[in-house]
Write a protein that binds this ligand. Structure first.
Ligand code: ADP
Ligand code: MG
Length: 720
């Protein structure tokens, strides 16, 4: 399939930057020109490139080297120094397969005027090697030099065959680019093609960055950057190039971030231009709600409420992310906002990611607003048509003040009389588009998004760049750190069971979580069930129950309720209890196969205990480790700080993999990396927001035109 650049951009936007829709922000006709017209390419090689996803000139120019080799100095064999990477050029003198102990090695002796060098391969295919190398062939060899039996030696060197008459200046006496392998041709051919492409087309690249930005952030011009990234000048630092730390890397990374941040800045500005519903803050519904609360707000909660109230009375629609660790008490903060909306005669849509959570919120809200005359409903997926119709009628005629539900709330027949506030719990489960759908049901309603997966600073800066952020840092008083233990030996089972028994003796309750990769996986389910049978046996004087995704809603609710009320002592569950469940009397979380869970998931699970005033324990039981799972588990033991955990998670998994980021609206940056390039991200964001706000004076028209051309087909989306 071939599509044009505009289609790509369009795809990016309509998919909400879901990964897969790759984004290039630097566009012009080059994106429409096939690379087959580049000298040295042609239809056949174009097909080979296509396999790498390179179809047009633009993607060819941005196909950057994966590393660089320092071939500024070609050494004579006689001058080679021990322990350093060096390049020599010589002629094949001898080829041999040798036996060393039980191993076979392939050895090739290279010679020049000054001596002999042994090149050694431990892994090789004999046929291929003899076909490739023959006596007298001129070669370039690059590698770490050591000495063996008084002979200089390189093990598994990088080899490049040189034509007899070819003194190809692209491969010598310079820093040489090495590209990710394109099957079917060598580095040398690749370099030739790149050279042709760059010589002919790089000068046609239009630099879209305003001069002021380049000056302020010390960025080179685009053409210069592209040129040097492929064929670096001899004065550059090889280390900087190889660490993506050169000023030219900085430039292309900056570009990717900058145009993305521009889009976000404009989006934010356009929201700011809209009229928001102005809520009056002095009112007694909030006061009555406050009196109902069995606790007082923490300082952070209070601050967040104030920030939210300020937004809701500002005249602009609120777009706020309420970020707080598991158990920090976000729900009650959101309910303050709800009370303000109700007292001003508006309705609230409260969206949760799962039915269990929706139900729990529904109950919590009911409890906290008892006797206040507020009408709350739960809109579930499985209610009868009649009941559903009734709920929807009550919503559209204004009888209902607040509705809780899952994404079922987005369905077209759900209409509100006056939707004034949207509350979304656990944002990462929902896409940007779903957020927008819900917004359409009101007239610029205020939006509050809660997230318990603490989103690292880097992500809030990018993906959530159009949101204001409130943070709850401190946990409610008396909340203690959950003691976390890591076990991994069968012999430790008894020890674990003793802990569980002791806690149940004290009247406390226990979660045992068993991972199911797929809720539908029969084998996995059987393993979980077996585990449950065993626990039932071991703890036969207690009530142990099993909860998994296959259990019907009705039954599931009964099980949950028995646990909530303390009727059952131990709940063996698959990850259906992952988010949000709140049973303060539960003090132990035992996680089986802890190595299979992601870090943020583990943190979420741990957050299910330690919600009351009692000491709580989290036991991680690992059945074997990988390097990554070891990192995750030791992070869990070491720290309780959700933000730190999120940072570590991001480090281990990379941004693309992080829970929910895929849906969060972050583009798949080609060159930039939001973790390692966070400093550049910050600059790009500052630049974009300064330009949009007018703090930095640039030729906006040219810049906007560039942006506009890029997003032509989707102007309504960003509403420039
Ligand atoms: P989360 O932020 O994880 O969604 P919740 O809103 O579920 O957390 O709150 C966790 C628990 O803490 C609830 O039982 C809630 O009633 C309680 N809580 C919230 N705020 C406070 C507070 N200021 N003091 C004491 N308990 C609180
Ligand atoms: Mg919650």
């Amino acid at each position: 399939m071939s599509y044009t650049y505009n289609d790509k951009i369009k795809k990016c936007f309509t998919n909400g930057f879901k990964s897969g829709g790759r984004c290039f922000f630097n566009i012009f006709y080059m994106a429409d020109v096939s690379i087959r017209y580049v000298k040295g390419v042609g239809p056949q090689r174009a097909n080979l490139f296509e396999k790498k996803g390179i179809r047009d000139l633009m993607s060819l120019l941005y196909f950057l080297p994966i590393r660089y080799e320092d071939r500024r100095v070609i050494k004579s064999i006689g001058d080679l120094q021990y322990g350093r990477k060096q390049v020599v050029v010589g002629e094949v003198h001898k080829i041999a397969v040798k036996n060393i102990g039980r191993r076979k090695i392939f050895e090739m002796i290279l010679r020049d005027r000054t001596g002999y060098l042994s090149l050694v391969w431990f892994n090789f295919e004999y046929q291929r090697m003899v076909k490739r190398f023959r006596q007298g062939l001129k070669l370039l060899s690059y590698g770490d030099v050591r000495f063996y039996n008084n002979l200089a030696q390189m093990i598994h060197p990088d080899i490049e065959e040189l034509d007899q008459e070819d003194d190809n200046s692209l491969s010598f006496n310079r820093i040489v680019p090495i590209y990710s392998v394109v099957e079917g041709f060598s580095q040398r051919v690749m370099r030739g093609i790149m050279r042709n492409a760059i010589d002919k087309y790089a000068q046609e690249l239009i630099d879209p960055l305003p001069v002021q930005v380049k000056e302020k952030y010390i960025l080179p011009g685009l053409q210069e950057a592209i040129y040097n990234l492929h064929f670096p000048g001899n004065g550059l630092s090889i280390d900087a190039l190889n660490n993506r730390g050169s000023i030219f890397h900085k430039r292309v990374i900056f570009d990717e971030f900058f145009f993305f941040e521009m889009a976000i800045a404009l989006k934010k500005q356009s929201t700011m231009k809209k009229n928001g519903i102005i809520f009056s803050v002095s009112n007694d519904v909030v006061k009555r709600f406050e009196k109902n609360l069995p606790f007082t707000l923490t300082k952070d909660q209070r601050t967040c409420v104030n920030e939210i109230f300020k937004d809701m009375s500002s005249g602009y629609p609120m777009n706020r992310l309420l970020q707080g660790d598991v158990g920090s008490g976000k729900t009650v903060v959101a309910l303050y906002a709800a009370m303000l909306a109700i007292s001003n005669g508006y309705q609230i849509a409260f969206m949760a990611p799962t039915e269990i959570l929706a139900e729990q919120h529904y109950k919590t809200i009911g409890n906290l607003t008892k006797n206040m005359g507020i009408n709350i409903a739960l809109l579930k997926g499985d209610i009868s048509n009649n009941e559903r119709k009734q709920r929807i009628d009550e919503l559209s005629n204004g009888t209902l003040n607040l509705v809780v539900g899952t994404h079922a709330l987005i369905q077209p027949d759900v209409k509100f009389k006056s939707l004034g506030l949207i509350i979304i719990d656990e944002q990462h489960r929902f896409g940007v588009m779903q957020r927008m759908e819900l917004k359409k049901k009101g007239n610029n309603p205020h939006t509050l998004i809660m997230t318990a997966t603490p989103i690292p600073r880097t992500l809030t800066m990018s993906a959530y760049g159009d949101l204001d952020i409130s943070i709850i840092k401190e946990l409610p008083p008396e909340r203690k750190h959950v003691k976390t233990y890591l076990f991994y030996r069968d012999s430790q089972r008894q020890e674990i069971y003793t802990i569980l028994k002791d806690e149940m003796k004290k009247g406390h309750q226990i979660y045992v979580v068993y991972p199911l990769i797929e809720e539908s996986d029969v084998l996995e389910l059987r393993a979980a069930t077996k585990m449950y049978e065993e626990l039932k046996c071991v703890f036969n004087e207690y009530k142990v129950e099993l909860l998994h995704g296959k259990i019907k809603d009705e039954e599931r609710n009964l099980i949950m309720n028995r646990f909530r009320t303390g009727e059952s002592n131990m709940l063996v569950a698959t990850t259906v209890i992952e988010v949000g469940i709140d049973v303060p009397n539960a003090t132990v979380m035992l996680i089986e196969h802890a190595e299979r869970f992601g870090l943020s998931q583990l943190h979420q699970l741990r957050g299910r205990v330690g919600r009351g005033s009692e000491e709580a324990i989290c036991i991680l039981y690992a059945h074997g480790f990988t390097k990554d799972s070891k990192k995750r588990l030791s992070a869990m033991v070491k720290t309780h700080d959700g933000f730190k955990i999120a940072e570590i998670d991001l480090e281990i998994r990379g941004p693309g993999e992080m829970l929910g980021v895929k849906q969060s609206g972050l583009p798949d940056f080609k060159i930039a990396n939001i973790v390692s390039d966070v400093d550049i991200l910050k600059m790009a964001k500052d630049a974009a927001f300064d330009i949009v706000s007018g703090d930095m004076h640039v030729d906006k028209e040219a810049l906007y035109k560039h942006l506009y051309d890029s997003y032509k087909k989707n102007v309504s989306f960003i509403e420039v």
